[in-house]
Ligand binder design. Sequence first.
Ligand SMILES: [Zn+2]
Length: 311
Amino acid sequence: MKKLLLNPGKIFKFAILFGALLYGSVQARNSVTMLDDKLVIHFDDRHRKLVNELERATRQRRQKMYAFFDARDTTPVQIYLTRFEATYRKLVEKGIPEWAQAVAIPERRFIVIKVTNAEEIRRLPQVFLHELAHVYLHDYAVSAIPVWLHEGVAQWLSMEQLSPDEKLRIGNALAANRLIDFEAMDSLLAFPAGKAGLAYDLAYTAVEFLTRQYGVSGLRGLLHQWQAGQSYDANFMRIVGRDFIDFEVSWYAWLEKQYRWMVLLNVENLVLLAFVVLFALALARLKWRNHKKKAQWQREDQFMDDEKEPE
Ligand SMILES: [Zn+2]
């Protein structure tokens, strides 16, 4: 899928990639341009149209993000787009999951995104905003915040809403009692693609629900004042005045209400529903025909009676 956050230990590995990218840039005709006054983007000349489209598609959301993080003039973030799967694989082999389309190193204000196929090109605006959110979140937080909160905020700032498929995935997880524990999301990078996808969806809903419960200012408070050394309960209590379990319980109830019914949209359930509807229609038609026949018989009986009257 997308997005991850690297720890400083991976910076060395990243230097290898950076070198490869620079080498690639000598071979391909690379361009560098400012996306806005905070972002520098490096790309293959063949991607000029794509970059123009990226600038246009993300303009509004970037402004919202800067406002959310109260971003001042800082060292610009360097974004590298690469067409080379092989270059990217060098990182993948060293611990980046197969499903990740991009890597952010917030400490270095550095983002690498691969665009090797149509699907990755389609997802580019969201993936780009997601990674950018990680960089700004790193600046904004005074202490390391939990993975679910980091990823949830990056999702929340990079997309309008969950897609129907993502909503269905949550509905199915609820029905099968397969929700992922927030603390278990600390090992998100080790999850297989499907489970990681669900974790991103759930993290998104948690952040959306946080803003409903405590407002955007409550969310900003949690991000800015979170203390890695304290428990979830202690952090929630100190920052929003309620403990974490209270949040978790009400989030779960809200999730049930919002997404549980989505299981009806599974193909097999839709087929079943179609059968039920067809059966009901057939039954109604039969009833209507019987009714019509009965009315006709009554009319015929009436006619016979009328005919008999002269006797
Ligand atoms: Zn991420």
